[in-house]
Design a binder for this molecule. Sequence first.
Ligand code: FMN
Length: 342
Amino acid sequence: MGRPIAGSQEAGVISGGFPHNPFRIGPIEVPNRLVMAPLHEITDQPFRKFIREIGGVGLVVSEMISSEALIRHAVKAEKMMAATGERPLSMQISGGRPEALAEGARLCEAAGADLVDLNMGCPASNVTKGGAGSALLKDLRLAERCVTSMVKAVQVPVTVKMRAGWDASQKERGEFLDFLRMFEAVGVQALAIHPRTRAQQYEGHADWSIIARAVEAGTTYPIIGNGDVNTADDAFRMVAETGCAAVMIGRGALMNPYLFRQILEPGLAVTLDLRVAAILRLFRILQELLEPQEALHKIKKIGAWFTKGVPGGHAFRHNLHACDDAEALLRAIEALREQNVA
Ligand SMILES: Cc1cc2nc3c(=O)[nH]c(=O)nc-3n(C[C@H](O)[C@H](O)[C@H](O)COP(=O)(O)O)c2cc1C
């Protein structure tokens, strides 16, 4: 038997092909099979506006928001829920206490989330030591209480994003399949899998065979594959090899914000001019929505990703790092352009 064919997840709710066809997460229709991954300090409101404007993405997920910070009404966490006119929008929360997650989910729903996602993947020790993120993978019963409390707290669908396990031995035992079944029993409506273990952090490669096994488990909810999709070919290959319903992309869309469009529009060439236009557009949006210093800080962080692998990119990132105002940023961009013309 060969691998499942593209878009073949037999989940009842799934029909038709990757990448153009819509799919459903409970009652929410996602217009195509491409999802922007949640990225801490990146997929905030300005970035989400930007990536939607660039086009091609069907669903975007907010950066992880701490449920504990939300219930304390921490200003930074509340700002992370800012959203206007983004449809559909998933807000991701983290936490390890069912009561806090329930309240966090309610707050996200009230702030306009169409979906609320639980982070069960973050490997950072400041997150896992509080029992949140990938630490939930160590305790199936606690994870069940967490997800159940969220499902009961909100009307909108609850989804989960998880890793393949805490470490290699948990992955080998296939414990993620117990989580999949538990999610189904408590009413989770979609699952994104990043098939690295917590122990791997971001090292090694994402083991797509775990995504294929999740699809083969035949869950009633769609499986969204994630990890190491950096080109359009990777996206098609992931679907062909795993049968996942949709593909979630993180770093690949930072290195090339046109990647979603390239998956939908074969042959679309991403020129340096397009990359420069993307940096400039993102900077304008950041300036519109943030304080000047915050906008500069963000463009330095995110703009650097946009030029990875581009001739002159290394020098540009060096210049970008040294910028302390908008004029310096524009000069750095001009130098990148000139270097490529020369
Ligand atoms: C800078 C950065 C920030 C991230 N922040 C989050 C986050 O807030 N929530 C989450 O679930 N995953 C987060 N991730 C993990 C990504 O969503 C994704 O699962 C991972 O990068 C693998 O996908 P990729 O190979 O397409 O990047 C983050 C990853 C990176 C590199």
